[in-house]
Every structure is written in C-alpha cells, then in structure tokens.
Design a protein around this ligand. Structure first.
Ligand code: FES
Length: 164
C-alpha cells in the first residue's frame, strides 16, 4: 500500500474509532466489524492500525479475527461460496463437500483463490435444513447438493468466466 493510501486508511480507521465507538477496549469487535464493512475485508495494515490507535496488542486483535468467522483478511471472490456446516447438513455429509470444494478450488475455507474469482466460507445454518446439504454462490442457493451437483455448479461459474 502506498503512503497516501495508507494515510487515508488510517484516517478512516480513526474516524470509525473516534466518532462511533470511542477508544474503549471492549469495543474492539464492533470496531473491527465497522472497519471490515468499510473496506470489504480486514487488510493486515488496518489490523495494525486499529491496534495502534486503540492501544491493543496486535496478537490480541489477530486472535479475535481468527476466532470469529465473520472476519476475513482477504477480499471475497467474485463468486463467494457459502457451504452450510449446520447439524442437518453435516448429517448429510457436508464435510465431504467441503473437502471436495477445497481441493477443487485449491483453497481452504475462509480464503479466496489467487485470481480473486472464488472465495469459500462455511456457515452454521442457512435456514432450509430439510433441503440440505445447502450451498450458496453469492445470492444463488443450491439444495440437496452432492459432489456431482457441485461439479455442475462449479462448471456454471467457470464457464461464465470463459464467456467474458
Ligand atoms: S443445517 Fe444446513 S440449512 Fe440448516
């Protein structure tokens, strides 16, 4: 990040901390939520700056970010995949689907591929348990998913990219 961009980022973070949340340490999570919502993800430099301005050790902030799945260090891909890992979907073998997706995309859940095309996240329940296993790509939902169906879904999005 260049110097000007860095300055701008630091100012934005300062505004979030000062205007909305004050500098109380117990406001760390709402501050991180706001910073992530502002930038679309949590750049590492933003994490350091939040720590500096709130006087909280980086190790503690990193611990919070990695503990809560809502936080991410990388921007989402163009196609953001959410795979349900709730109990009902788990009983219908969603763990196998997660392994398949991680292998297919070459990333672990919580990450984005190098080209910025796909990101993968697991979520606790998507509210349609009877239709599991459930995945969503952006706002498109796919139910009763198995590996064959996953391959077809991936083909759809990979073909869309070939056409552009
Ligand atoms: S457990 Fe998967 S939709 Fe509820």
């Amino acid at each position: 990040m260049n110097r000007d961009a860095n300055k701008r980022m630091n100012k934005d973070i300062q505004k979030i901390i000062n205007k909305q949340w004050g500098k109380s340490r117990d406001k760390l999570i709402p501050v991180l939520q706001e910073v992530q919502s502002h930038f679309g993800f949590l750049p590492r430099d933003a994490m350091y700056e939040v720590g500096r301005q709130m006087n909280i050790p980086t190790s503690k902030i990193h611990g919070v970010i990695t503990f809560y799945r809502q936080f991410r260090y990388t921007p989402r891909g163009k196609y953001h995949i959410r795979l349900c890992r709730g109990t009902s979907c788990h009983l219908k073998k969603s763990a196998n689907l997660l392994s398949w997706l991680e292998n297919h995309l070459g990333i672990h859940q919580g990450n984005t591929d190098k080209g910025g095309l796909f990101s993968l996240e697991t979520v606790p329940c998507m509210g349609i348990c009877g239709e599991g296993p459930v995945i969503a790509v952006n706002e498109e939902y796919y139910t009763q998913t198995d590996q064959k169906k996953l391959q077809q879904i991936m083909d759809i999005y990979q073909n869309l990219e070939k056409d552009t």
